[in-house]
Design a protein around this ligand. Structure first.
Ligand SMILES: *Cc1c(COP(=O)(O)O)cnc(C)c1O
Length: 429
């Protein structure tokens, strides 16, 4: 690797996915340039086709009114089924195991209604320390809802002193040590803060060996890293689609429920008519009869306008393929590491990369810690047109994504980083 414009442009020329960038709107920076966008892990950019699809639904609504449920070009009644094939590829699920529905935090709650069922003895939940706040609130409130004590019943996995990320062996050790008290293990597949991709397969299989239920929050994993939820034996999972999946702000979430639960009509759940058997739904029967698939967890008829944009993006995922996306995602991440280290050496300012090195332990995201004055530096690069993400107390998160980021974006970022360090930090701190 080289820190030069020629090198970066050559990598872009050789990139088999290079044409996908043209499918997206890249936000402008000033009148003549574009931003360097590194927050595809927070809100993915807009696919150019998204607007057309949303407008098609608006037109169908205008022309058809209620008949659109069955007569629209994409009939609204089974609209969620338009996503199934793509979601299957992204999650490694069977068709019956995935459904686009609801919103992420709400879905986690609904899934826990079915899958967090504490008993006197087994009542604890294992999660990562510093989990995304919404997940922490969800877990704490679930425990409290069942009459438990969140302080005592939440086991938080923390890194060893002086370390930033979790070791798989420590995770397994904790699960083993508490195996008779744990009702649920629920973690983020990729940690939002450090960018660590957990060894989901090992953790899942180990947890299942101990007959404990396991669910994954895939907010930072979907569309970022390859998943095999069915084969790994994951019980349930949920994700949002506005991050790597580019569905648009607040776009619909999705859930995975392993097929072994599909025929269990006794499983507790908060039911709604959209989870009811499709054949008799409109006979409005009195008793809920769940569809024998993940669709049984649906409540309401799908929000068409809030889903339409996702079709545009998933079509791009289908075309690019997760293998090629993952390959480029790793390359971008490695080039960003290289550039950051290069600038660190040139300026004499130590920059600590807290995202694990090994390719198996990260996705696109890189999390950086600067020694001092990190916020001033962040403000400086932001003004220079770099869109990254600041997390208190001292982390800058960046995620070059394979569908629209270029190697040149990373090179240009390196140039701006060097200038920003010179303006905001003393050398050799
Ligand atoms: C982004 C994110 C969320 C957001 O939840 P919403 O319900 O979609 O607002 C939740 N959990 C994690 C881990 C996230 O990364």
């Amino acid at each position: 690797m080289e820190f030069s414009l020629e090198y970066a442009q050559q990598e872009d020329n050789n990139d088999p996915l290079k044409d996908f960038r043209k499918e997206f709107f890249i936000p402008p920076h000033g009148k003549t340039t574009e931003v360097l966008y590194f927050t595809g892990n927070s809100l993915g950019l807009q696919p150019k086709k998204a607007r057309d699809i949303v407008l098609e639904e608006m037109d169908d609504w205008a022309k058809l009114g209620v008949e659109g449920h069955t007569q629209a070009r994409r009939p609204w009644m089974p609209y969620h089924e338009n996503f199934t094939t793509s979601l299957v590829k992204l999650t490694g699920a069977k068709e019956s195991e995935v459904v686009a529905m609801g919103t992420l935090t709400a879905n986690l709650h609904f899934l826990m209604v079915s899958f967090y069922r504490p008993t006197e003895k087994r009542r604890k939940i294992v999660c990562e320390a510093k989990a995304f706040p919404s997940d922490q609130y969800a877990l704490q409130s679930q425990i409290a809802f069942h009459g438990g004590d969140p302080k005592a019943d939440l086991i938080e996995l923390a890194p060893r002193p002086g370390e930033h990320t979790l070791r798989t062996e420590d995770i397994l050790e904790t699960i083993k040590a508490h195996k008779d008290e744990i009702a649920l293990v629920m973690m983020g597949g990729v940690n939002y803060y450090t960018g660590q991709w957990f060894d989901m397969e090992t953790i899942t299989k180990f947890t299942k060996q101990h007959k404990i239920t396991i669910g994954w929050d895939l907010a930072h994993a979907m569309g970022n890293v390859p998943l095999k939820l069915h084969d790994w034996g994951v019980d349930f999972a949920a994700w949002c689609s506005y991050k790597y999946l580019n569905g648009g702000p607040g776009c619909v979430s999705g859930v995975f429920v392993h097929e072994k639960y599909h025929k269990d009509k006794k499983l507790p759940r908060f039911a709604g008519w959209w989870g009811h058997d499709k054949g008799s739904r409109f006979e409005m029967p009195e008793t809920f009869n769940p569809i024998a698939s993940a669709e049984a967890w649906q409540h309401s008829n799908p929000p068409i306008l809030g889903m339409a944009s996702l079709l545009a993006s998933l079509e791009l995922f289908d075309r690019a393929g997760m293998d090629a996306l993952r390959k480029k995602g790793v390359q971008l991440n490695q080039y960003l590491r290289f550039v950051v280290n290069e600038i660190s050496q040139r300026t004499g300012v130590p920059i600590n990369i807290i995202t694990p090195d090994s390719e198996n332990d990260h996705g696109c995201q890189l999390s950086l810690v600067f020694p001092n004055n990190g916020k001033a530096l962040f403000d400086h690069i932001s003004e220079a047109g770099v869109i990254a993400d600041w997390r208190e107390p001292d982390v800058i998160r960046m995620a070059p994504v394979p569908l629209y980021n270029r190697f040149e974006d990373i090179y240009q970022f390196g140039r701006k980083l060097e200038t920003a360090i010179e303006k905001t930090m003393e050398r050799n701190v």
